[in-house]
Design a binder for this molecule. Sequence first.
Ligand code: BTN
Length: 247
Amino acid sequence: VGQNLIKLLAVDSTNNFLKRMVSNSEPLPEGTVIMAENQYEGRGQAGNKWHAEPGKNLTFSVLLHPSFLPLNEQFNLNMTISIAIQKALSGIIDKGLSIKWPNDIYFMDKKIGGLLLENIVSGSRIKACIIGIGINVNQEIYETELEHRAGSIFQILHRHVDLVALLAEICSHIEAGYLKLKAGKDSGLRKEYLSYLYQYNIKANYRQNGEIIEGRITDVSESGLLSLETSDGLKTYNFKEIEFVHP
Ligand code: BTN
């Protein structure tokens, strides 16, 4: 991963760029990485925009061909990538990192990174997966509306981090995790994911259809559903069915 690295100064979105290349059948090796200094239409989950100050952050996409992975096991890839990022970041941040379900990268109660996985599907298999990764690295200031939710590595370490070195570290952890997944050895992937999970086993507030519920995350299923223990019993939620209420 990252052997074939294409660096762009500006692009709408590295995910879009890679998607266009794949649909034009450009011959790209698996593990190709597209990174951009500036994305003018960076995309986040749920149709949100992804804001990142040009030149200061990591915004890149990785091309994988996980055709060995049935669609209903896609969450394994989400877990693998989120864990790889945790491991890479833990080389420079020694505590406070976590994965907020399903795959946001957190430091304490702030989001410092996110993933956007997009599949090109053929039948019930994934032909290509475009893994978009955004990490807030050297950005010092966030707009007030984002301020209490977004943070950067600079704000944690009070120093600048080399983007190329961090990218290489993330790529090598992705490669290691991906090869393990491909080899089919389930060496406790879900358990490892749970060990990194934000608010795991802790009572916190969640919002469902505008209503606040108190719950404790007890599990995440193999397909990625979140289990919450609430005063009404155990409930299971799919992506986007529930929101975290920021402390
Ligand atoms: C999220 O948490 O909402 C996901 C953010 C994903 C952002 C990255 S930046 C590189 C890639 N290109 C995009 O347009 N989005 C992803």
